[in-house]
Design a protein around this ligand. Structure first.
Ligand SMILES: Cc1ncc(COP(=O)(O)O)c(C=O)c1O
Ligand SMILES: *[C@@H]1O[C@H](CO)[C@@H](O)[C@H](O)[C@H]1NC(C)=O
Ligand SMILES: *[C@@H]1O[C@H](CO)[C@@H](O)[C@H](O)[C@H]1NC(C)=O
Ligand SMILES: CC(=O)N[C@H]1CO[C@H](CO)[C@@H](O)[C@@H]1O
Length: 489
C-alpha cells in the first residue's frame, strides 16, 4: 500500500485532467479538419484507435526524449548515451554524433555481468566462433548444441530443481508456458501487479483469471476459498487445476514476495505455485539462488520456477524449472520450444560462465564478492535515499528501488535534470504504473563503486530539491503524517 500526500494527489489528478482536456480539444479540431479534407477517408476504420492512441499522441510523445535513448556502449556502471535533438518540439528525435558518458542507474545489470568480464567474455567469444551467433534451428531440430544441453542441466542444479528447460526470451517463457500448463476449466490466481508476460500467458491460456491484492497472502486465501467453493463458471464443477502466479521481486515495486506465507496457503488448498524470478535469481540469496534461498523456502514447495537470464546473468533468455515429469511434458508440448529458434550459443555460454563465477567454479571468489557487493550497495543506497526524504518503495536487499514522482510533469523533469548531470535514470508512468503512481526506478549494480553511488546520491538529492519530490523531509517516520495522506492499494 502506498500513501500519497493529499495535495500531491490533487495536483496529480489536476495535471492529468489538464493534459487530457487539451488533448481532447486538439483532437476535436483535428477531426473537424479531417472531415473537411475528405481525401483522408478511404472507407477503412482507423488502424490505431482508442485511449492508447490518444495517450501516445497527447501524453507520451511530449516527453519521449526521456525514453528509448540510444546507448553506444555496454550497460556497465557507466555507459555512453547518444545525444539527440529535435526540430519539431520532440515529435521526432534525431541522433547526433555526440555522446554523454553517464552513470547508469537503469539497467538490470545486478551483478555486473553485462559488461566485459574476465571469465565470461572470452568464453562467449570462443563460443561465437565455434557455434556462431544463431543455431538457425529450433531445439528439436538442429538447435540443441552441447551448450544448450549443458545449460539445461546447469540451471536445474543452480535453482535447485530436478530438471529445467531454457528459452530464447524471458517474456516468451511466461507467455508460452502458462497456456501449456493450464487451459479452460483451470483457475489462475495472479498477483495484482503481475508482469505483462504473465498477463499475456494467462489470457492466452483460456483459463479463468482471478486477481488477489498485491503480495497479500490473506487476500489470496480469501479468493482461493471463494473460488474453490464456487467452482467453474456456470457448471460449478470443481476446477481442473489451480495455479497461483507470483514474482520473486516485483520489478516496478522493488518488493520481495511474501513467499513463505503464499506457499503455506497454496499447500493448504492444493494449488500449484508458479514463481517468476526474473529479478531475483542471481541477485538475492546467500549464493544468488533467489528468493527461496533468501526467505528460507524449500524449492520442493515451489512447483514451477521461472526466471530470466536478462538481469543478473547479463545475457538473454529464460528458463522453467520443475519436476522431471513436468519438464518432459513441456519438451513435447510447448510451441515455443518446438517451433522457436533456440537461444543464441554465445548467450548460452555467457549464462553458463556467469553461473560458474557465482558458484566459485572459476577458481576465484569474485562471485561471492559480487553478491556481497550488490547487497551492500542496495541497502546503502536505499537507506541514504530514505534519509534524504524521498518516498522509496521496496524491501531491504532488493536492488530495485522506485522513487515516487507522482506528478506527470515531474517524470520528464526528473529524467532530464539527472541526465544534464550525467546520471541516466529510468522513469515510469501510466500505463506501466497506476495513473497516480509515476516513479523513477533505480537499479543498483554490484559494479557500482562507492564513489559512483555517492555521486548518484548527490545528483539525485539536488534534482529532488529542484523538482520537489522529497515528500517526507526530515521525517522518515511516516506515521506522524498519516492524517494528511490518501491511501491507495
Ligand atoms: C517479472 C518479469 N518476468 C518476465 C520478464 C521478461 O523477461 P525478458 O526481459 O528476459 O524477456 C520480465 C522483464 O523485465 C520481468 O520483469
Ligand atoms: C488534406 O489531405 C492531404 C492528403 O492526405 C494532405 O496532404 C493535406 O495536408 C491535408 N490538408 C489538411 C489541411 O489537413
Ligand atoms: C524536448 O526535449 C528536451 C530534452 O531532450 C527538453 O529540454 C525540451 O524541453 C523538450 N521540448 C519540448 C517542447 O517538450
Ligand atoms: C493474467 C492476469 O494476471 N491478469 C491480471 C493482472 O493484473 C491486472 C491488474 O491488477 C488485472 O486486471 C489482470 O486481470
Amino acid at each position: 500500500m502506498i500513501t500519497i500526500p493529499y495535495l500531491t494527489a490533487l495536483t496529480t489528478y489536476f495535471s492529468y485532467g489538464l493534459l487530457f482536456a487539451f488533448g481532447q480539444l486538439r483532437d476535436l479540431f483535428r477531426r473537424i479538419i479531417d472531415r473537411w479534407n475528405s481525401s483522408n477517408l478511404q472507407g477503412y476504420a482507423p488502424i490505431c484507435l482508442g485511449l492508447e492512441d490518444f495517450y501516445i499522441r497527447r501524453l507520451y510523445l511530449r516527453i519521449q526524449d526521456c525514453f528509448g535513448r540510444p546507448i553506444a556502449s555496454a550497460p556497465d556502471a557507466w555507459f555512453d548515451v547518444v545525444e539527440r535533438y529535435s526540430n519539431d518540439h520532440n515529435k521526432t528525435l534525431k541522433r547526433t554524433d555526440k555522446i554523454r558518458r553517464c552513470l547508469n542507474l537503469g539497467s538490470y545489470n545486478y551483478l555486473g555481468f553485462a559488461a566485459a568480464d574476465e571469465y565470461c567474455t572470452p568464453r562467449a567469444i570462443e563460443s561465437l566462433k565455434k557455434f556462431s551467433a544463431s543455431t538457425c534451428s529450433s531445439r528439436v531440430d538442429g538447435g540443441t548444441t552441447t551448450l544448450h544441453a549443458e545449460l539445461d542441466e546447469c540451471v536445474a542444479k543452480f535453482v535447485g530443481k530436478p530438471a529445467a528447460l531454457v528459452f530464447g526470451m524471458g517474456y516468451v517463457t511466461n507467455s508460452a508456458i502458462i497456456p501449456v500448463l493450464i487451459g479452460k476449466g483451470g483457475l489462475i490466481l495472479s498477483d495484482s501487479l503481475n508482469h505483462s508476460s504473465i498477463v499475456n500467458g494467462a489470457r492466452g491460456s483460456g483459463a479463468t483469471i482471478r486477481v488477489f491484492q498485491h503480495n497479500t497472502p490473506s487476500h489470496l486465501e480469501k479468493v482461493l476459498r471463494e473460488q474453490i467453493a464456487e467452482g467453474q463458471p456456470r457448471t460449478h464443477r470443481p476446477w481442473k487445476k489451480i495455479i497461483v502466479v507470483v514474482e520473486g521481486i516485483y520489478s516496478m515495486e522493488g518488493e520481495l514476495c511474501k513467499l513463505p506465507e503464499i506457499v503455506a496457503v497454496c499447500k493448504k488448498y492444493k494449488a500449484y505455485v508458479y514463481l517468476d524470478e526474473a529479478h531475483s535469481i542471481g541477485a538475492v540469496g546467500k549464493t544468488g539462488r533467489g528468493v527461496c534461498e533468501l526467505l528460507g523456502v524449500d524449492t520442493a514447495d515451489v512447483d514451477i520456477m521461472m526466471g530470466t537470464f536478462t538481469k543478473s546473468f547479463g545475457s538473454c533468455g529464460g528458463y522453467i524449472a520443475g519436476s522431471k515429469q513436468l519438464i518432459q511434458y513441456l519438451k513435447y508440448t510447448c510451441p515455443a520450444h518446438l517451433y522457436g529458434t533456440s537461444i543464441s550459443p554465445p548467450a548460452a555460454q555467457q549464462i553458463l560462465s556467469a553461473i560458474k563465477v557465482l558458484l566459485g567454479e572459476d577458481g576465484s571468489s569474485r562471485g561471492a564478492q559480487k553478491l556481497a557487493r550488490i547487497r551492500e550497495n542496495s541497502n546503502f543506497f536505499r537507506s541514504e535515499l530514505q534519509k534524504m526524504g524521498f518516498e522509496v518503495l521496496g524491501d531491504n536487499d532488493s536492488p530495485v528501488m522506485p522513487i515516487m514522482l507522482y506528478n506527470p510533469s515531474k517524470i520528464p523533469a526528473f529524467s532530464r535534470e539527472c541526465l544534464k548531470q550525467n546520471v541516466a535514470v529510468v522513469v515510469v508512468g501510466f500505463p506501466a504504473t497506476p495513473l497516480l503512481l509515476s516513479r523513477a526506478r533505480i537499479c543498483i549494480s554490484a559494479s557500482h563503486t562507492r564513489e559512483d553511488l555517492a555521486r548518484a546520491l548527490e545528483v539525485i538529492s539536488q534534482v529532488g530539491d529542484l523538482v520537489g519530490i522529497k515528500y517526507f523531509p526530515a521525517a522518515p517516520k511516516k506515521e506522524h503524517q498519516e492524517d494528511k495522506m490518501v491511501k491507495l492499494d
